[in-house]
Ligand binder design. Structure first.
Ligand code: HEM
Length: 489
């Protein structure tokens, strides 16, 4: 068998957000833009100083990333047949149809009809993500806004807050991320791997590279006649075609408002005022301690653990946010140990465990999270003592992936909103669940905490703690693709 060395990644063609969280850049804001004058908008984007994935030392004072929505492609004058090569989810948009909203759990007060942006005529065309070292954002942002005025109208500005690595409920955030295989070390034959591993094929996050199935995700591939200046890279799997997707990714943005006071007060009330117990329940709901430590005994560091060591969910409940969002080694459900059990399961003789199939093959459903907090949340003690603050706080949730349907939408709908996740009756994600009954009338507002010495502790009647205020799907193009799409014509 011959093995060919894969082409190295063109880091100077990749937007930096795929490789860096910009954690030194504690100031950030996201501008939602609508195209006013397509030629002026293209001219600005064609020279926009987009920061690449090449490591710079010292880190630059500012970093800019550019992403474009489905309607944004049309507004910028990208031909329809070319845009049609992007994924169906991206083109339909996050608020594109009722079925999608239902699957994502965007119901009731989180329904797109109540959003501040992202639905109907309020879908942004371009998303500009600005990151800056302390003290460098305000002036830069002001001068950019002046430059943008000829081509765009500023639809909304999403400000962020530096909460020193915590999210508004008070937990450390941004800890577990897939390790992206930038060196292309993972052999493609590795695709039948069953054990949990963190090293994830580049093609799960970047278009134009093999994914965890050993395949190239569909993306717009062009006849070279449409790229006479050879602005675009050629496709690795079909070198006769120009690859508009290569080095790009999809970006999901959701503005999630968190009821911090509501969470802590409800838990304190359920615990009869026992604050240690309330805190333990909150940690069980997240699946980690407030300071980020794992609840799994023997965990190495913050992320060296899986759930094989906790088959009964005694340390990290099955329904905890992090166990839903990434069930890790749940390729086979808890209890499927040993080769015979696996074979039985593989052959389908284990019908009783079918509901647990929802947690199959976690490596096909990884996401890179790049969210930022906003607002000034009360710390848990204040949330209990003072009247709830009026200003909103929450998370501008951002994730990246090459396949919105298989990654973000699957995690959000099957695992986070799934009311049958891991065979749990009547539960959704304890932080994010919408709490409405399922289509079969089954409740979704409970949370079970397994106990070694008796039946599960069940918390029921959970209020709605997280509301969606806006959202959208975007394409984060490679630098050459951005230049191609915005070239003068
Ligand atoms: C306001 C909303 C949310 C809050 C407060 C929240 C909070 C957290 C916290 C505290 C962690 C543990 C720290 C870490 O590993 O980084 C975490 C992990 C995670 N969350 Fe969320 N999250 C929210 C929304 C979401 C959404 C919408 C998704 C996906 C659709 C998601 C997916 C994940 C994933 C994949 C992990 C890592 C799990 C692991 O690998 O162990 N989260 N989240």
């Amino acid at each position: 068998m011959t093995t060919t060395t894969p082409r190295p990644v063109e880091l100077d063609d990749v937007q930096g957000l795929l490789r860096f969280g910009y954690s030194h850049h504690t100031e950030a804001c996201f501008l939602l833009l609508r195209v006013k004058d397509p030629a002026a908008a293209r001219a600005w984007l064609a020279q926009a100083p987009v920061t690449t994935a090449v490591e710079a030392k010292p880190v630059p004072a500012t970093a800019m990333q550019v992403a474009i929505s489905g309607p944004g492609l049309a507004a910028l004058g990208i031909p329809d047949d070319l845009a049609a090569g992007f994924s169906e989810e991206f083109l339909a948009g996050m608020a594109g149809d009722e079925d999608r909203s239902r699957r994502l759990g965007d119901l009731d007060s989180s329904h797109p009809s109540n959003w501040a942006w992202g639905a109907g005529d309020a879908v942004p065309h371009v998303l500009l993500l600005l990151y800056a070292l302390p003290g460098h954002l305000a002036d830069w942002r002001r001068s950019l806004e002046a430059e943008l005025a000829s081509g765009f109208t500023l639809q909304a500005e999403l400000d962020t807050a530096d909460l020193a690595g915590r999210e508004p409920f008070g937990f450390r955030d941004g800890l577990s991320q897939p390790e992206v295989d930038w060196e292309r070390r993972r052999p493609v034959e590795d695709r039948d791997r069953l054990e949990y591993g963190n090293l994830t094929c580049l093609g799960e996050f970047l278009l134009g590279y093999p994914n965890e199935y050993g395949l190239y995700t569909d993306r717009p591939l062009l006849d070279p006649g449409r790229d006479p200046g050879v602005l675009l890279p050629r496709a690795e799997d079909r070198p006769e075609l120009a690859d508009l997707g290569r080095n790009g990714s999809y970006l999901v943005l959701r503005e999630l408002r968190q009821d911090v006071a509501g969470l802590w007060r409800w838990l304190a009330q359920q615990a009869g005022g026992d604050l240690d117990r309330a805190r333990d329940w909150a940690e069980a709901m997240v699946g980690r301690k407030l300071d980020g430590r794992s609840r799994i005994p023997g965990a190495r560091g913050l992320n060296g653990f899986d759930y094989a060591a906790d088959p009964e969910g005694l340390h990290c409940p099955f329904g905890a946010h992090i166990r839903r969002a990434n069930p890790r080694n749940a390729d086979y459900p808890a209890g499927t140990r040993g080769i015979l059990a696996r074979v039985r399961r593989f052959l389908g003789f284990d019908a009783g465990a079918l509901p647990q199939d929802l947690v199959a093959s976690t490596r096909f459903h990884r996401i890179l999270r790049r969210g930022r907090a906003f607002g000034t949340p009360p710390v848990p003690e204040q949330a209990l003592a003072e009247p709830p603050p009026t200003a909103g706080t929450g998370l501008h949730f951002i994730c990246l992936g090459a396949n919105i349907g298989r990654q973000f939408e699957f995690v959000q709908s099957a695992w986070i909103q799934g009311t049958r996740f891991a065979g749990l009756p009547g539960e959704g994600d304890p932080l994010l669940g919408h709490r409405l009954p399922g289509p079969d009338g089954a409740p979704s507002d409970c949370f079970s905490i397994p106990r070694a010495d008796g039946p599960d502790q069940r918390l029921c009647g959970l209020p709605h703690f997280v509301e969606v205020r806006g959202g959208g799907y975007f394409f984060l193009p490679g630098i050459r693709a951005l230049r191609y799409m915005t070239r003068p014509r």
